[in-house]
Design a protein around this ligand. Structure first.
Ligand SMILES: [Zn+2]
Length: 255
């Protein structure tokens, strides 16, 4: 059974612009057909990049539409297999091309944000493939990062597909129960990042800040170790009016 359909008319200009921007080779966030983006649609659906399409040159024909709740029900069912998931993401053949939602669509569906950008930035994956992966982002390392990223979560490596989908859905459910929404940055061990935002600009901001944060951390580890911002100072920092105002401007307020 499929929960995926093909309707290029539902792909917005802003989703296309975000996809191509994140796919710009000069930014080194993805190469080839790596990474994917999505936008929430009315009626419990998301439009998400199809597998095999390069972000840098994405067109409306490179996206498919996925029904969120049936997909998440399939992922929650312990009897489901990878083959079931692959079938659910198949949108059929259109204009002579097979169209299937990215295998990482579950991550987008579980995030439930207006916009989601999933990339594999080289600087970030380097740390997520290191001995520091689980702890590198446990604390903020400088204040602008704290403003833009605010809250992040780490997910240990899971095989892309059903395993990662299940792990990410469990994390997203736990985050919503505790904080009311998913962390805007989820770091996937040995894999990449999932960034949630109310706007494309918010996804861009958190993605860019995460790449910079990776470089800062790599430099700090090379200089003898990380000395993060003290947690005791962060609650008061986030309560400041000027900081919440900046987060609203960036579209990263809340969570
Ligand atoms: Zn990925």
């Amino acid at each position: 059974m499929t929960f995926t359909s093909y309707d290029p008319d539902l792909v917005s200009a802003e989703l296309l612009a975000l996809t191509r921007s994140l796919g710009d080779p000069a930014r080194d966030l993805v190469i080839l057909a790596e990474g994917n983006t999505s936008q929430r649609l009315p009626g419990g659906r998301i439009v998400v990049k199809a597998t095999g399409a390069a972000m840098a040159a994405a067109t409306a024909e490179d996206f498919v539409v996925v029904e969120v709740e049936p997909l998440l029900d399939l992922v929650r069912d312990p009897a489901s297999t990878q083959a079931d998931l692959s079938a659910a993401l198949d949108a059929g053949v259109h204009d002579g091309r097979s169209r299937r939602a990215s295998i990482e669509s579950v991550v987008h569906a579980a995030t439930r944000a207006e916009f989601v950008g999933h990339t594999h930035p080289t600087d970030v994956v380097a740390l997520l493939a290191s001995v520091h992966a689980a702890t590198a982002w446990r604390d903020h390392v400088y204040s602008d990062e704290a403003v833009v990223v605010s809250r992040s979560a780490f997910l240990p490596y899971a095989s892309p597909g059903l395993d990662l989908g299940r792990a990410h859905l469990a994390l997203a459910d736990a985050q919503r129960a505790e904080h009311g929404e998913v962390a805007r940055l989820v770091l996937l061990g040995n894999h990449g990042i999932v960034v949630a935002g109310a706007t494309p600009a918010a996804v861009e901001a958190v993605t860019a800040m995460t790449v910079k944060g990776a470089r800062v951390r790599a430099g700090a580890y090379a200089a003898g170790g990380l000395a993060p911002l003290p947690r005791s100072a962060m609650a008061a920092f986030f309560a400041r009016d000027d900081i919440t105002a900046r987060q609203r401007e960036l579209g990263t307020a809340g969570g």
